[in-house]
Design a protein. Structure first.
Lengths: 196, 196
DNA sequence: TTGACGAAGTTAACACTGTTAAGTATCGTC
DNA sequence: GACGATACTTAACAGTGTTAACTTCGTCAA
């Protein structure tokens, strides 16, 4: 049959998915919605993606790839590993607030979609955070110690700030970047101080 | 009609709900499941609870009431407000790890169930944290400053540690209390140090 | 030129979900 | 004894993800 969806079927589906996704909210995405958006039956999507979860994962993957790239770039650009650690906090917050849906799906409730930090994506980025902490320790910027634990603390601090901002309803929620950034920065600074 | 469910219908439903809830996981709870568990049709539940969300909220409420009570007790028992701040971290982690489902529903993805920190429950407990920080400042244990912001930072730190432990799949997830407690304690200590 | 093959769609259907509407039985009360 | 509230029932609606069976088309080899 003539492909009804233009050349890059996977791409078109992904685009439509992201659109519905961003408009109706995560919990409002259905395969039938996405399919209707591109004028195709719902089951057609299964020709290109194994499941709704797979589609969701794909929709997030590109965002997270960009995220990882920014982290790497930031690390490279920083004068010292310690500066990198500080800068990464800002990048983390910016990404999360710019792509709250992505962050929600992949980081706040990954197990709902049977996703989790991408096996080929995220452990790597956590590992690179560990490496960065080790570099700080090696350079004498941080006291020697369990780098993995330190990285975990830094991650937890950032995740705590950002996930409260994204996932909490009511007065606690706040997606304006400035206060969130400031809070994240303060926390990161506190953690770093405890590791000096 | 003779009440089919024993005297305390709401209570029995709640009990069954919590059971299914704990067994099948949060995302596996359906009204029909719960109803079947107590030998009643699904629609009977609507006589006692407005919606699934209301039932879920009720199922969490008692847990959170207990949580709030523990926090208060801890605060009262501590020698100084600063000690209270420290002790609360442990209570927070213990509650979250003892009731991961409750924590998940109420704190990690509250908006999915249209719940959120209970309007009559949680802002209060956040407010009491703010009050506690203010007490620390008044007693000279912490440097004067924005108590609300400080409380927010402490909460974010605890939430970050705990929600990663609960909601992350794979190697990151870890529900053994000790490392999580230690990490939370370290973070709280770091935040406190930054507020001295 | 014909025929097989495979890819990309289709509709119908299954087993679910939360929730509402309408009907029925039983109780306490006047 | 009639009345009304209470507690339940079944039937149904509109929606979900997903599978199975079927059609339709373009391609490529014999």
């Amino acid at each position: 049959m003539t492909p009804f969806i233009d050349g890059d079927a996977r791409g078109s589906i992904l685009e439509a998915a992201s659109a519905v996704f961003a408009e109706k909210g995560i919990d409002g995405v259905s395969m039938r919605h996405i399919a209707r958006e591109i004028g195709v039956s719902a089951t057609a999507l299964y020709r290109h993606y194994d499941s709704k979860n797979a589609l969701l994962a794909a929709a997030c993957k590109e965002g997270f790839a960009q995220f990882g790239a920014q982290i790497e770039e930031t690390t490279r650009a920083a004068a010292t590993p310690l500066d990198a650690l500080r800068d990464i906090g800002g990048v983390y917050v910016d990404f999360a607030l710019d792509h709250p849906m992505h962050y929600d799906v992949m980081m706040i409730r990954p197990h709902q979609w049977a996703l989790g930090p991408n096996p080929e994506q995220d452990p790597e980025s956590f590992a690179s955070l560990v490496t960065l902490v080790e570099a700080c320790q090696a350079a004498g910027h941080l006291r020697p110690g369990d780098a993995r634990e330190a990285a975990h603390q830094l991650w937890a601090a950032l995740h705590g700030v950002v996930s409260l901002a994204i996932a909490m309803p009511g007065e606690i929620r706040g997606l304006e970047p400035e206060p969130v950034r400031a809070r994240a920065s303060a926390l990161v600074e506190a953690v770093i101080a405890s590791l000096l």
